[in-house]
Design a protein around this ligand. Structure first.
Ligand SMILES: Cc1ncc(COP(=O)(O)O)c(C=O)c1O
Length: 458
């Protein structure tokens, strides 16, 4: 492909390979690998081999670029958040706008790449797991576009808190299978997707949603998300004449964060800060802060940080955000934490919802609650760094899917509308660090508990 007229990188540039690739067994330092039943080793080898060839095939790269630019909407813009910056009174805040991608989040970057890979491998069906539903919606979208069958596994709790996304997936022609096992959230959906893959591997491609799971998923998903940082690096330099002092991104499995961090890994003066879901607070035990509050073990086929008890049983995670409600994290993040190249901090539900209201009111951008964690962390960094500094925040998705949760949290939209509106405004004015008064009317943790089931630790 000829270079873009505006000089920005193309999606295919992100597949060129870096000095930060895992070793041949899929390890980033001590983390990653393949810890799973023998039955899946052949399938993973097949995916790895298909990707090895695809990433240097001009036809594959040209099709990826064509879809990224004419279907998904790349490049995504960089917004100068002037009113938020003024309100915070610290470093200049810039927003990378992955919320403007088709289907509303960064997930489409990875999905287009993997769906093209599935098609190239002659697979007729894709399966996926989803938490917030954004990966499921993106997968259902790509399946519709490429004429593939699609089944999406989703924890029952998540189908309830992300009902709008369930409807979108069904409209797009996907089968959505609610999962009742365990905590009925993302971890359990991943278990079900692996069970399906083991039995249907001949015609099925498992389209993994984040930089976790067994090798080669962490490196494939990372490469398809690297475009976020490659673009942002050029955009920030053009706008400000220099690199940012810090980059903030939320961390569920870690795909949007690794996507934006990667372009800055070799710039030691750029702080990379991952914001994990602090739920009710790490000290309460009800959280999803895997690196800040977890220990090393094995989950979903990879060695990484995870939440577990003393017996090595995977602990349940808690977050207001379905997309961050996961007790594991991608192995490359564990490695970056281990070598102190990136920092990981927890953001509580309350801090995230304050930031959700703050960004809405100051910039006219309603972020996904996942992204609101990044905004809360980014605002805190802007205050720490102070005037003259630059903080780049990755807005990984838009908040349409979260309006139901916001409505309940702030008490908007019913008899309490006036109070609720005041409450959201008040939260926004407090500026993403203070708790709103009193508990929210209804919280996701109040949803009916799911019956417990067996986890398979692949
Ligand atoms: C908008 C958004 N941001 C972030 C995430 C978390 O995933 P990851 O950490 O892989 O980016 C999700 C997951 O569903 C999401 O929908």
């Amino acid at each position: 492909m000829p270079p873009r007229a505006d000089g920005l990188p193309r999606h295919s540039d992100a597949l060129a390979g870096t000095d930060h690739d895992p070793d041949e067994r899929g390890y980033f330092g001590d983390f990653g690998g393949r810890w799973l039943p023998e039955a899946l080793v052949g399938a993973l080898d097949e995916v790895a081999e298909a990707y090895r060839k695809a990433r240097i095939d001009p036809e594959f790269l040209a099709e990826l670029d064509r879809l990224a630019e004419t279907y998904a909407g790349r490049p995504s813009p960089l917004s100068d958040a002037a009113r938020l910056t003024a309100e915070v009174g610290g470093a200049r805040i810039l927003l990378k706008r992955e919320d403007l991608n088709h289907t509303g989040s960064h997930k489409i970057n990875n999905v287009l790449g993997q769906a093209l890979l599935a098609q190239r491998m002659g697979k007729t069906k894709v399966i996926a797991e989803t938490g917030a539903g954004q990966h499921g919606v993106a997968t259902a979208t790509a399946a519709a576009l490429l004429g593939l069958q699609c089944t999406v596994y989703m924890g029952r709790v998540d189908t309830e808190r992300q009902a709008l996304n369930v409807a979108r997936m069904r409209l797009l022609g996907a089968e959505v299978v609610p999962v009742d096992n365990g905590s009925a959230t993302l971890k359990d959906a991943i278990n079900e997707a692996f069970r399906d893959w083991v039995t249907n591997v001949d015609h099925t491609f498992y389209l993994f949603g984040t930089v976790g799971g067994p090798h080669p998923f962490p490196v494939i998903v990372r490469d398809f998300q690297r475009i976020i940082g490659l673009e942002a690096r050029v955009q920030v330099q053009r706008l400000t004449g220099r690199l940012p002092d810090a980059v903030a991104a939320c961390v569920g499995g870690g795909s949007n964060a690794i996507g934006i961090f990667h372009a800055f890994l070799d710039d030691p003066d750029v702080r990379l800060v991952g914001l994990e879901a602090g739920g009710d607070g790490v000290e309460t035990g009800r959280h999803a802060s895997t690196i800040s509050g977890g220990t090393v073990g094995v989950l979903h086929g990879a060695r990484s940080f995870l939440l577990q008890n003393e017996d090595g049983q995977v602990a349940e995670s808690h977050s207001i955000s379905a997309g961050l409600d996961y007790p594991g994290v991608g192995p490359e993040h564990s490695h970056l934490a281990d070598i102190s190249r990136a920092e990981y901090r927890p953001i509580t539900d309350t801090q995230a919802m304050d930031a959700f209201a703050l960004l809405s009111r100051t910039e006219g951008i309603i972020p996904a609650i996942e992204s609101a964690h990044a905004v809360a962390g980014g605002v805190a960094l802007a205050r720490e760094i102070g005037p003259g500094g630059i903080v780049l925040i990755n807005v990984s998705g838009r908040g349409d899917k979260d309006m139901e949760t916001a409505l309940r949290w702030f008490g908007l939209g019913d008899d309490t509308a006036v109070d609720g509106t005041e409450r959201a405004t008040e939260a926004a004015e407090k500026g993403a660090v203070n708790a709103p008064d009193g508990p929210p009317a209804v919280r996701p943790s109040d949803f009916p508990a799911a019956p417990s089931g067996q986890d398979i630790q692949l």
